[in-house]
Design a binder for this molecule. Structure first.
Ligand code: VGL
Ligand code: ZN
Length: 199
């Protein structure tokens, strides 16, 4: 039997109602995610986890505001409001998300100079988080992804996983998007192009 994992992307306070980078209707997905956890061989939760002053924060750049685009050494980067600062309440999981069933909690975005949308690689596309090794050493081949935000961290995680050779599906009704300038439509195209099933 093919071994499966549920990958729950960034269901954290700052991406939910009242958070610093609230994704519209983000909280709505929590009960459905909890209900799916028992159906998988492994459950992995990811946590966006930035040091204060992170290079993806608009506040770290002069004359820039949230949602401006800048060029970083690794390519274009959207600037965000300060969010998911390590150890602070905004970085904690949504209070209703079940964390007990998680086999692994993986953090990303802790490198001050590089953002990390994907759960597999930082935005330089080469620095690994270690998640690939974890899944392979547990012989997991099929991934179902849910969480926040569809057009950023879910998208980048799903595309990287497909490129690495995992079978990947994204359960769209258990994701919510930020949707900046058509980013949701672009993300759907990118995922489909990479061979991800949107279900
Ligand atoms: C995310 C923007 C910045 C996400 C994380 O989880 O989609 N988006 N950091
Ligand atoms: Zn972030």
């Amino acid at each position: 039997m093919t071994k499966t994992a549920l990958i729950v992307i960034d269901v954290q306070n700052d991406f939910c109602a009242g958070g610093a980078l609230a994704v519209p209707d983000g909280d709505a997905i929590v009960p459905g995610i909890n209900a799916m956890m028992a159906d998988f061989d492994a459950v992995v939760l990811t946590q966006d986890w930035h040091p204060a002053g992170h290079s993806s924060f608009a506040s770290s750049h002069e004359r820039k505001g949230p949602y401006d685009l800048i060029d970083m050494p690794y390519g274009p980067q959207v600037l965000w409001p300060d969010h998911c600062i390590s150890g602070q309440s905004g970085a904690k999981f949504h209070k209703d998300l079940h964390t007990t069933p998680a086999d692994l909690i993986i953090r990303k975005g802790y490198n001050p100079d590089i953002d990390s949308y994907s759960a597999f690689f930082e935005n330089d596309k080469v620095t690994p988080t270690g998640l690939e090794g974890y899944l392979r050493s547990r012989s997991i081949e099929k991934l179902t992804m849910v969480g926040l935000a569809t057009d950023f961290c879910v998208n980048f995680s799903a595309v990287d996983a497909a490129k690495l050779g995992f079978s990947v599906e994204v359960k769209m009704d258990l994701c919510r998007a930020i949707d900046l300038d058509g980013s949701l439509a672009a993300a759907k195209d990118a995922m489909v192009q990479a061979g991800v099933s949107l279900i």
